[in-house]
Design a protein around this ligand. Structure first.
Ligand code: ADP
Length: 557
């Protein structure tokens, strides 16, 4: 805009300069011509007066040196006298405009340009009383000659004026544009800063739109902050990409789950964030097919990546990637699958024996003496089956059922009752079972607590030796109630210790089955302990014995 104004001001200046020069020259030349004619006419009249007194053409020689040419022409156009040429050789002048004008009106003027001398010749003719015409003529420079003679000076003047024009146009442009610059510099006060009345409607509109844009920007910023707050608190990884795979937003969980280090990823290409092939392929697939999902294992974790295209008004505008940590879920699924397989297998074994013995009896192939023995086997196997089913039901209840309300229970009488109930079994196995405890109130489900104590004590008896012992203690240690079941049994080899709480995991399968074990006892114990926020610790030495401690938070009354 500045350049335009400057240019136009300069152009206007130049045009004004040229016009002024042309007009001035025209006016000057006109007045110059008038002056020449005036002088010529005055001289002509005086000359005519003095000639008429004598009427002798030769007398006109007196005026030869006065700087102009004198010609006397007869009424028919013949030249009677000429001060500068031989009148006998001259043409008839009857057609000359100044002559004809003088014959008609008494006087006439004319200007003719002489190409020979490059000058204009001014003529004045006057009709004398005797019918002759006296003509005086003077040479003068033509307008072009005048112009060309003054040209160097004119050019110098024009250059000076042009420079001045250029400078003044610059100053003027700055002064014109300065208020507009001031308006642009402070959009908030644009209305107050508007100096030009004509710009007030514009500044009002700009001010209004400025406010609107500001409000919209503020809304956008708030929205962005909301999304930022939402995504940064998400445990799922969140990644927003544009169609060129440039990152628009990425949260901390995505960085952490993909095992990347923190950094400024926004605005960068996806490759800058991660070079994981599966992620890159998933994104490519989503760009082609709208949606894609892939499961990957990264850093010991199982991750699910879900990518989907984002569309707005039918136009693809970007891509959202969610990265979910499904380690626990897939482990649980794996466990369930294994559990189902194990359950089927565990159920099949006793049922096969029951079915086999029953078949023998039914077909009459069993000797009468063995029938009783087979019936007893069927009884034992079905009892095992019932125990197994009981344990499975309990585990699935613990898995599925919502947590039951816990109540304040004093563990001491509960544990004592359990040990008393197991006393007979301990005696049968020739093991001494003792209990030493103090009153410890805990928040617990009494039925589940009984299962926990019974399972631990039952194991301590079953995996013991004849003459061995089982010591059950219940103590208050700081703010916790600690139940300890310690036996002098066979112990658990170190490599099995981390796995005995898994479902159906047994160190010695045959011993477990012989003693009526289901392989689920400690899994139930672990589950119940978790639901009671209790800590389980195991200490076992092969051939010396095992000690299992369960520590519950005390119930504050
Ligand atoms: P089970 O019904 O087979 O006893 P558990 O889940 O109760 O199943 O125990 C899992 C395994 O841990 C047992 O098979 C056994 O090998 C081992 N175990 C449990 N308690 C003891 C213990 N007190 N002493 C030695 N081994 C034990």
């Amino acid at each position: 805009m500045k350049r335009r104004i400057h240019l136009w001001l300069c152009v206007t200046g130049v045009i004004a300069l040229l016009l002024t020069a042309a007009l001035t020259l025209g006016i000057y030349f006109q007045s110059f011509q008038n002056q020449v004619f005036y002088d010529l006419k005055t001289d002509g009249i005086i000359l005519a007066e003095s000639y008429q007194l004598v009427e002798k053409p030769d007398d006109l020689d007196r005026f030869k040196s006065s700087g102009f040419r004198i010609t006397l022409i007869s009424a028919d156009g013949r030249v009677l006298y000429d001060s500068s040429a031989n009148e006998d050789t001259m043409d008839n002048h009857s057609t000359r405009p100044e002559f004809t004008a003088a014959i008609e009106d008494g006087e006439g003027t004319a200007v003719r340009h002489s190409d020979t001398i490059h000058r204009d010749v001014y003529y004045y003719a006057k009709l004398l009383e005797n019918g002759e015409v006296l003509r005086v003529a003077r040479e003068s420079s033509s307008i072009f000659a005048v112009f060309f003679s003054a040209l160097p000076f004119l050019l110098l003047l024009a250059a000076g004026i042009l420079l001045l024009c250029f400078f003044l146009a610059g100053v003027l442009t700055k002064r014109i544009v300065a208020p507009i610059d001031a308006m642009a510099a402070d959009m908030d006060a644009i209305e107050e800063n508007t100096e030009y009345e004509e710009l007030i409607p514009f500044s009002r509109t700009i001010h209004r739109q400025n406010g609107l844009i500001r409000r919209q920007l503020e809304d956008l910023r708030q929205e962005q902050e909301k999304i930022q707050a939402l995504t940064s608190n998400m445990s799922e990884g969140f990644l927003l990409l544009d169609m060129e795979k440039r990152i628009l937003s990425v949260n901390g969980s995505a960085v952490e789950l993909m095992g990347e280090s923190g950094g400024e990823y926004v605005g960068q290409n996806l490759l800058y964030f991660s070079r994981n092939q599966e992620l890159l392929i998933c994104v490519e697939q989503a760009l082609e097919n709208e949606n894609a999902s892939v499961e990957i294992t990264l850093g010991g974790r199982r991750l699910q990546i879900i990518a989907s295209l984002v569309e707005s008004e039918g136009k693809k505008i970007g891509l959202i990637c969610l990265i979910l940590d499904i380690t626990e879920k897939s482990e649980l699924e794996q466990m369930r699958r294994e559990f189902t397989a194990n359950v089927s297998h565990e159920l099949k074994t006793p049922l096969t024996s029951i079915s086999g013995f029953a078949e023998l009896i039914e077909s009459g192939m069993a000797k009468p003496a063995d029938v009783r023995k087979f019936a007893s086997k069927i009884h034992t196997e079905s009892a095992r089956l019932l125990t197994l089913i009981g344990d499975i039901i309990m585990l699935s209840e613990l898995d599925e059922a919502p947590k039951r309300e816990l109540e304040a229970v004093d563990l001491c009488p509960l544990v004592q009752k359990c040990t008393e109930r197991l006393q007979a079994a301990a005696e049968r196995a020739e093991i001494s079972l003792s209990f030493d405890g103090e009153s410890v109130p805990v928040l617990a489900d009494p039925a589940q607590m009984e299962d926990l104590v019974m399972n631990l004590c039952d194991n301590a008896i079953r995996y013991n030796r004849k003459g061995g012992s089982v010591a059950v203690t219940l103590k208050r240690v700081q703010d916790r109630a600690v139940l300890t079941v310690k036996d002098t049994g066979i112990g658990i080899p170190p490599e099995h210790q981390s796995r005995i709480f898994e479902r159906f995991y047994r160190v010695d399968k045959s011993r477990s089955k012989e003693t009526g074990g289901t392989g689920l006892g400690l899994a139930i114990v672990k589950h119940i302990a978790e639901q009671h926020h209790a800590k389980l610790t195991l200490h076992s030495v092969v051939d010396e014995g095992t000690e299992i401690k369960v520590s519950f938070p005390l119930c504050e009354k």
